[in-house]
Design a protein around this ligand. Sequence first.
Ligand code: MN3
Length: 251
Amino acid sequence: MSSISNSRRKFITNSAKGTIAAGIGLSAAGSFISSCANAKNISKSLVFTNFDQQPLPYKYDALENVIDAMTMEIHYSKHAAAYAKNVKEAATAEAVDITKPLEEVLAKISKYSAKMRNNGGGHYNHELFWQCMRPKTADNKPTGKLAAAIDKTFTSFAELKKQFGDTGKNRFGSGWAWLYADANKNLKIGSTPNQDNPLMDISEIKGTPLLALDVWEHAYYLKYQNKRPDYIEAWWNVVNWDFVATRFSGI
Ligand code: MN3
């Protein structure tokens, strides 16, 4: 009797776990679909709800050959989650209306605290970074108007990769490499330190971010250790050029 009860209990527990796992799978699929739908609608703005961290648009192991699952999990659920939590704290302390786009705060970041600058930038940069990636595809490269603009500006996609890669490699310490559009809609490549970005009024480079690469050690150290150039070279395989093209068409 007792053993029947135990196996029944075990069955129920396992069934519950199965249901939860299936739920997570569906929810991840749903958020992936909705983020694709959102990507069609966004132009300059990323879609946030009350500065909340959005669901990752793929599973932790989806980029495994380029970014290992443990790095992705720690990066998303620890580092990026902390920026999201802390920017909301800063927003409460500094009476910021979190129903408005975070971009509006970043554009006037010189008027806010260092906590807002570091965590507002951190939150925005990571939300953009996740969407700038997708599972590895063969012959991954930009197409259409974006490809034409890249050829016009940099002479070739290979040259864009070289300049962007060098910018990421040469960022001393922690920071980001960017492909962005300046006020005249010209494509530019640049880098920012820490969690700054081209939307910020204090930034040396200014414009609309199109493609973001995190070159903080936490983004690559478990798999690549000190070899940041290897991480950057591999990263081109998972760039979501459709997302970048959508942002480019919206500026
Ligand atoms: Mn990071």
